[in-house]
Write a protein that binds this ligand. Structure first.
Ligand SMILES: *[C@@H]1O[C@H](CO)[C@@H](O)[C@H](O)[C@H]1NC(C)=O
Length: 153
């Protein structure tokens, strides 16, 4: 999960297309992923937040999604409000997007390659198709490839 934004090379300032509340929302999601690296936790939390995105970053939403996904709100809050930590996570995530030439949100990447882009309400650059089943199929195929072993005796 990486975000897109502008990075000021001369300071630690960053900016987001839809303004400071979008940056704060991104920081909240990155802090959850850092504090709860188990994908079932942070992704569940992220989906909860994103499914109600007009209310990001309101405290009530953050609290209810935290409660629903077993996330300690005070732990999350200290990452968000800690001088530097949350903003540092956002900045590194923006750098990662830039390094990978990602300029559209949402860009889905699989095994270091662009798998699909959704922008302006439609999918494009989806070599293997844009359906959920096709993506899941590709993930499973890669998983099997990487977990097959030749046993040499
Ligand atoms: C990003 O674009 C630059 C310039 O075209 C290229 O040199 C670089 O290899 C690209 N990086 C990735 C990860 O595709």
């Amino acid at each position: 999960m990486s975000f897109i934004g502008s990075i000021d090379p001369n300071s630690d300032a960053v900016s987001c297309k839809h303004g400071p509340s979008e940056c704060l929302g991104n920081i909240i999601l990155l802090c959850a992923a850092k504090e709860y690296p188990d994908v079932k936790m942070w992704l569940g939390f992220a989906n909860c937040m994103i499914s109600d995105y007009p209310h990001i970053p309101e405290r009530d939403l953050v609290e209810s999604c935290s409660m629903e996904h077993g996330i300690d709100f005070s732990k999350l809050n200290s990452c968000i409000s800690d001088e530097g930590e949350g903003i540092g996570l956002l900045r590194s995530s923006m750098v990662r997007s830039q390094e990978n030439n990602v300029t559209k949100s949402c860009t889905v990447r699989l095994a270091d390659e662009v798998r699909c882009i959704r922008d302006g309400g439609k999918w494009y650059d989806c070599p293997g198709g844009s359906s959920v089943q096709e993506l899941v199929g590709d993930v499973n195929e890669l998983y099997d490839e990487r977990n097959s072993w030749v046993i040499v005796r």
